[in-house]
Design a protein around this ligand. Structure first.
Ligand code: MN
Length: 203
């Protein structure tokens, strides 16, 4: 049985960028729902799960039993992506990255501003429901990846460093159809210290 993570801040902590009602429903209904469905799908598959983390399962798609593969990728991806999303946001966020991550951003995107523009445009451009990610390969090369539904770059052999949920439930109460504005505002609450740690640990 996988368990719900604690939200590392109160529902209203991300205001004005993400309103309290959106965080509450997103965490306690949507995120919780993916977890509940994942655990239901995995009933009878305890041997397959063993001690694996959800990230390990998503990294090794070929070994997910065929009968439950689609459901595990959807609900397990939904569970993992939301765990990750909340962990990257903080009321004390914003600014820009530092250190090796900043060096890699300049190397791979030309500048932080170029990276940000691409991250905003790729995330905003997801057709339908999905996620925008910054990810790294095993050589430390960065790329921006969009996924549909609850896809995760782990399933493509990449390590995710940052994600933006662009499902309508992530922003619709406050931003309605203005997805791009929501994506741009997210940069005010990104926890770059944590994202830098993820990058440094992946090298
Ligand atoms: Mn979501």
């Amino acid at each position: 049985m996988f368990k719900m993570i604690d939200l590392p801040y109160s529902y209203d902590a991300l205001e004005p960028y993400i309103d309290a009602k959106t965080v509450e429903i997103h965490y306690s209904k949507h995120h919780q729902g993916y977890l509940n469905n994942l655990n239901k799908v995995l009933e009878g598959y305890e041997v397959f799960v063993g001690e694996k983390t959800i990230e390990e399962i998503l990294s090794d798609v070929e070994n997910i039993p065929e009968k439950i593969k689609d459901d595990v990728l959807f609900h397990g991806g939904g569970y993992a992506n939301h765990n990750f999303y909340w962990s990257l946001l903080t009321p004390n966020g914003g600014g820009s990255p530092d250190g090796k991550l900043m060096d890699a951003i300049v190397r791979d995107f030309g500048s932080y501003e170029n990276f940000k523009d691409q991250m905003v445009n790729v995330s905003t451009g997801v057709r339908g429901s999905g996620w925008g990610f910054l990810a790294t390969n095993s050589d430390g090369k960065l790329s921006i990846v969009k996924t549909y539904n609850h896809g995760n770059p782990l399933s493509q052999g990449l390590t995710p460093l940052l994600t933006i949920d662009v499902w309508e439930h992530a922003y619709y109460l406050n931003y309605q159809n203005r997805r791009k504005e929501y994506v741009e505002k997210i940069f005010n609450i990104l926890n770059w210290d944590r994202i830098e740690d993820l990058y440094n640990n992946s090298l």
